[in-house]
Ligand binder design. Structure first.
Ligand code: NAD
Ligand code: IPM
Ligand code: MN
Length: 355
């Protein structure tokens, strides 16, 4: 045993989540061998499949166990046979909220040799991180339904924005900008969401006093969608609320070559709780079971986990090995990829072991 031993929980989940997590674990173990640290991996059977079999979403005792790990690798959860929200809210969002993983860090990076749907986009024009506030906003679950199922039915869903929550997301984003290109863009909808938008923009301007080297910019979320497509190079670090961040990171995934490449980390930067790393994509029921899922998003999420654990050399090697396999693929996911999910994992693993 080395003095660097990490206890890692995996939640493969459902659908392609199971397929890509197997590859992420292979890569993690190869990185441990190559960089002389140890990993103890414990797999947890949670998700729609478990719920259908046992009725359980996240037993309290399981959550207590998960709290003791150094990091969690999650594949994807959700199945068409379970009503929407049961697993997503009861497992995924519950872990994000209860473990106070208040940052959702989502890099959007076009790797060399990957075709972007944006014609002529060069890698140096697409390299940003999106910082998504991860515990508040419309995701807070505040609201209700009245006279449900009648013609007078009412449904409300409130967006919760606390000064503390907004400020800690913005400060984290400024810190990111400081180690990148010193440019921070706040993305919101201040022209319509005047209460929440005012809090976000005022906080960002006030905190700028602590980061005088960072150039602060603002875009409305609708315009952000336009610029992400026609001028992604204008962004270095974007900070935004929970729902806007969810939406624009799928757009970001598209411009970087597809959901099969988009990684994320749900971070508790203070390390009171384990952080959780997962691809941006879901369980992809339309392609599950075929070996057509691209595991690179899960592998790059593992690189984010290694970086969070302080294994920066291993993190860089994993990212490098994953990036190197991409130009060898015919497509970035689906039946014509030219290699199966596990073959891609094997190639990445071999590249790490030989590095
Ligand atoms: P999805 O991300 O699962 O799929 C969207 C599209 O991207 C599909 O066409 C799919 O085939 C493709 N895709 C996804 N991952 C891919 C990969 N690795 N390689 C190649 N192509 C890939 O989104 P959806 O269909 O809206 O959601 C399906 C289920 O997943 C729902 O239950 C949803 O709630 C859940 N979901 C879970 C997570 C998560 O666990 N983090 C994230 C998003 C969605
Ligand atoms: C994501 C997903 C989740 C979200 C869902 C499955 C709850 O879309 O991680 O982007 O909305 O955050
Ligand atoms: Mn999403």
């Amino acid at each position: 045993m080395s003095d660097r031993t990490y206890r890692i929980a995996t939640i493969p989940g459902d659908g392609v989540g199971i397929e890509v997590t197997a590859e992420a674990v292979k890569v993690l173990e190869a990185a441990a061998g190559r960089f002389d640290f140890d990993v103890e991996v414990h797999e947890y059977d949670l998700g729609g499949g478990r719920y259908l079999r046992t009725g359980e979403v996240l037993p309290e005792s399981t959550q207590a166990e998960l709290a003791e790990f150094d990091a969690i690798l999650l594949g994807a959860v959700g199945t068409p046979d379970v009503p929407p929200g049961v697993i997503e809210r009861g497992l995924l969002l519950k872990l994000r909220f209860d473990f106070d993983q208040y940052i959702n860090l989502r890099p959007v990076k076009l790797y060399p040799g990957v075709p972007s749907p944006i014609a002529g986009l060069a890698p140096e024009q697409c390299d940003m991180v999106i910082i998504r506030e991860n515990t508040e906003g419309l995701y807070a679950g505040i609201g209700g339904s009245f006279k449900t199922g009648t013609p007078d039915e009412v449904a409300t869903q409130d967006s919760m924005n606390t000064r503390k929550g907004v400020e800690r997301a913005i400060r984290f984003a400024y810190d990111q900008a400081m180690v990148r290109d010193n440019r921070l863009t706040v993305c919101h909808k201040t022209n319509v969401l005047t209460y929440a938008g005012d809090l976000w923009w005022r906080a960002a301007q006030e905190i700028n006093a602590d980061y005088p080297d960072v150039e602060l910019d603002y875009v409305h979320v609708d315009a952000a969608c336009l610029y992400l497509v026609n001028d992604p190079g204008r962004f270095d670090v974007i900070v935004t609320d929970n729902l806007f961040g969810d939406i624009i990171t799928d757009l970001g995934a598209a411009i970087q070559g597809g959901l099969g490449l988009a990684a994320s980390g749900n971070l508790d930067p203070e390390k009171r709780y384990p952080s959780m790393f997962e691809p941006v994509h879901g369980s992809a029921p339309d392609i599950a079971g075929n070996g057509w899922a691209n595991p690179v998003a899960a592998v790059l999420s593992t690189a984010l986990a290694l970086s969070h654990l302080g294994e920066t050399e291993a993190a860089a090697a994993v990212e490098h090995a994953a990036a190197a396999v991409l130009p060898t693929l015919a497509t970035m996911g689906g039946p014509d990829m030219g290699a199966s999910t596990s073959e891609i994992g094997d190639r990445i693993t071999a590249a790490i072991s030989e590095s």
